[in-house]
Design a protein around this ligand. Structure first.
Ligand code: CDP
Ligand code: MG
Length: 140
């Protein structure tokens, strides 16, 4: 393990699970050589969504986001690899599927600013917080 190895929290969101895209999304991360450290199919309630999206709960667009992320099963996973936080954000693409670059997951699979296939931690601090929230038993 080199010093730049990081872990990041990824969600394959309910839209992707409902559309049968779990395998397609996972294969992109695996092709990038990211390692799956933990993975679980979960359905979350509104209170858990509020904790995950704590920084966004006051946004006007949060209520429909809360509805969306609690609407059905999602796949939560922890990925590890060299500079994994930045690498996964790049693979995911910009938040808005319309603006996301073709070739990115959102660019290829999403046409929405909300139902955009995936989530990934955006910094080492959020990765640590989100991994502790979703996988409290995971040793780092
Ligand atoms: O997921 P990412 O870090 O790229 O974006 P964010 O700005 O942290 O927003 C979190 C999530 O909220 C997005 O991935 C969208 O699913 C949702 N969102 C939304 O529903 N409406 C917006 N105007 C912006 C974001
Ligand atoms: Mg974010």
């Amino acid at each position: 393990m080199t010093a730049d190895v990081e872990q990041t929290l990824v969600l394959i969101k309910p839209d992707a699970v409902a559309r049968g895209l779990v395998g397609a999304v996972l294969s992109r991360y695996e092709a990038k050589r990211l390692a799956i450290v933990a993975m679980e199919l979960r359905t979350i309630d509104g209170e858990f969504a509020d904790r995950h999206y704590a920084e966004h709960v006051e946004q006007p667009w949060y209520p429909p986001l809360r509805e969306f992320v609690t609407s059905g099963p999602l796949v939560a996973l922890v990925l590890a690899g060299s500079r994994a936080i930045e690498a996964v954000r790049a693979l995911n693409g910009a938040t808005d599927g319309v603006k996301a670059a073709p070739g990115s997951l959102r660019g290829d699979f999403a046409l929405s600013n909300r139902e955009n296939i995936v989530h990934a931690s955006d910094s080492p601090e959020s990765a640590a917080r989100e991994i502790a929230l979703w996988f409290p038993g995971l040793t780092r």
